[in-house]
Design a protein around this ligand. Sequence first.
Ligand SMILES: Cc1cc2nc3c(=O)[nH]c(=O)nc-3n(C[C@H](O)[C@H](O)[C@H](O)COP(=O)(O)OP(=O)(O)OC[C@H]3O[C@@H](n4cnc5c(N)ncnc54)[C@H](O)[C@@H]3O)c2cc1C
Length: 580
Amino acid sequence: MPACETDVLVVGAGPAGLTASALLAAQGVRAVTITKYPGTAHSPRAHITNQRTMEVFRDLGLEDAVRKVAVPNALMGDNVWATSFAGQELARLKTWGSGTARHADYVAASPSAMCNIPQHILEPVLRDGAERHGADLRFSTELVRISQTPEAVHAVVVDRETGAEQEIVARYVIAADGGRSTVAGQLGFEFDGESGLGRAANVWLEADLTRYTAHRPGTLYWMCQPGNDYWVGSGTFICVTPWTEWVMLFMYDPADGEPDLSPAAVRERASTIIGDPDVEVRIKAVSEWQINHLVARSYRRGRVFLAGDAAHRHPPANGLGTNTSVQDAFNLAWKLASVLRGEAGEALLDTYDAERQPVGKQVVDRAMRSVENMRPISQAFGFRPGQSAEAGWRSLAGLAADTPEGQARRAELRRAVELQNYQFNAHGVELGQRYASAAVASDGTPWPAPARDPELYYEATTHPGARLPHAWLEHAGTPVSTVDITGHGRFTVLTGIGGQDWLDAAGKLATEFGIELAVRQIGLGCDYLDPLGEWERVREISERGCLLVRPDHHIAWRSADLAADPAATLRDVLRQVLAR
Ligand SMILES: Cc1cc2nc3c(=O)[nH]c(=O)nc-3n(C[C@H](O)[C@H](O)[C@H](O)COP(=O)(O)OP(=O)(O)OC[C@H]3O[C@@H](n4cnc5c(N)ncnc54)[C@H](O)[C@@H]3O)c2cc1C
C-alpha cells in the first residue's frame, strides 16, 4: 500500500475542514485534506453565518467573496410566525441585530455584518479560498481506519472511484468529519449528552412566495397550524433564494410513526403550509437528520483533534452549527502552525481543548434550551398536544378576542416572543467567547462583571482571553478595524503614544523567539489614527499600555501601562503563551 506523509491530515471538507485547510495553507503548513464525497455540500443545510465567523473569512481574505453570493443582508431580518404564508400572521421578531433596539450593538461590535448564506453556496467559496492558498484537497477519498502511536497518526483511506487504498501518515490530524465522525468513533473519544432526541426532515424546494414574503423579508418563516403541535410548529421555511427557493424543515417524533417523505407527500405538506393552491411547488431534494445534544468530553487525544460537528452536535437553533465549526478551526490552525514551525511547545496544543470544549458545551446547551423555549409560543397560540384542528382554530381565535382573557393571552404571546431573543439576538453567545488556558497570561485583574445579560449582549473587553474589541481606525486614509490589523497568522503588539518601548521590545523578541510579531501604534500622529476615539473607549489600558493579540484575535495578555522592563515582561509572557 503506497504511503503519503504529511504534517497535518484534515479529515472532512465541510465548514470546519475547509476552513482549517485554508488557514493551514495560508500559513504554509504541509497538509492534506480528504473528503469522502466527490464535491462540497450538494444541498442547503446551515445558513446563518455570524459576525465572528465572517471575521474568520475576513482574515482569510474571503469575506467579500462570501458576501457576493449570500442573500442580501437587508433581506434577512424578519422572523415571522403565521398559520400559513397566505394565512394569518401571529407574531414577528426582528432577528440577528436587524431591529432598531439591537442594530447598534451589532454594528459597534464587529467590522463584519451577519450573513445568510446557505451551506452549499458557502462551501465552494471556502474551497476556492483554500485552493488559492495552495491547499491539497482530495475528494472521493474516504478514511476507513485510523490509529496513532506517540510518533504519528496512521490513516488508511480509500479512493471511492478506483477502490485503491493508501496510507497517510501524519504528525497531527484534525477530525472534521462531521456528526458521524469515523475518527471520534475509532479513537474512542467520549461524549456527554444524549443523541436521537428527535428527528427532522429538510425539504429543498422551489416556490415563488414573493407576494407573501417581500413585505416582511426574513430568513425564517414559522408556520404553526392547529392540530399539529409537535415541538416547533408544522414547518419552518428557510430562505435560500429570495423568494423562490426554500428549505422546508419540520421536526417529528418517530414514536408517532415515520412521516411520508415521498415527493408527493412533502409537496402536499408544503402546499398546505403555503396556504395558496395557486403557488406551484417543485421539490428538489429531501434529507433527514436527527437532533442530538452531545459534546466531546475532550477535544484532544494524543495527536488527534476534533473540530466541528465531530466534537459538538446540536439542533440548528441559534444557527451555531457551522459558526462553531469554523471558529474551532480558527482556534486550532495557528496553534498547529506554531508548533510545526518550532515556534511553540507541544503543550500549546492542549489549550485547544481547554478553550474550545467549554464553548462547545455552552453552544449545545444553548441550542437545546432555545428549542425548548419555542414551546411557549405554541402554548400562547392555544395549541395543545393531541388537540383536534377545530379545537386549535377555536383556541387561536381567542387570541384576538376583546376580553380580559384575550388580553392576557396576547401578553403571554409577547413574552414568549421576547424569549426568542435568546435564539435570534443572542449576541453574547455569538461573539463573547472568553478563553481561559495556558495560552492566555493573566494580568492580575478579574474579568469585568457583565452589565447586561451575557447571553443576549456582547460586551467588549480587552481582558486577557477575550476577543479583541473592534474599533474603526484610519491608516493611510483608509478605514481599518482593529480586527484587520491583527490576526493573519501572527501575533501583534498594540500600543499607543508613549509605547515606543513596547515596540522596540517586540522587535527584539521577534528575533529572539524566531516568530512574526507585528507592531501597531495607535493614536494622534501614529501610523494608525483613532479619529473617532472608538479605540480609546474600548481599550481599557492607557496610551502607554500594551496588548499582545494572538493570531485568532484573542488577547494573550495586556499591560495597563508601560512596564519597567518591557522586553523582560513580554519575554515572560511569550514563554508562557507559546509553551517554551
Ligand atoms: C441535512 C442537514 C441539515 C442541517 N441544517 C442545519 C441548519 O439548518 N442549521 C445549522 O446550524 N446547522 C444545520 N446542520 C448542521 C450543519 O450543517 C453542521 O453544523 C456543519 O455542517 C458542521 O460542519 P462540519 O465541517 O463540522 O461537518 P460537515 O459539514 O458534516 O462535514 C463533514 C465532512 O466530513 C466528510 N467525511 C465524513 N466522514 C468521512 C470519512 N470517513 N472520510 C472522509 N471524509 C469524511 C464529509 O464528506 C464532509 O466533507 C445541518 C446538517 C445537515 C446534515
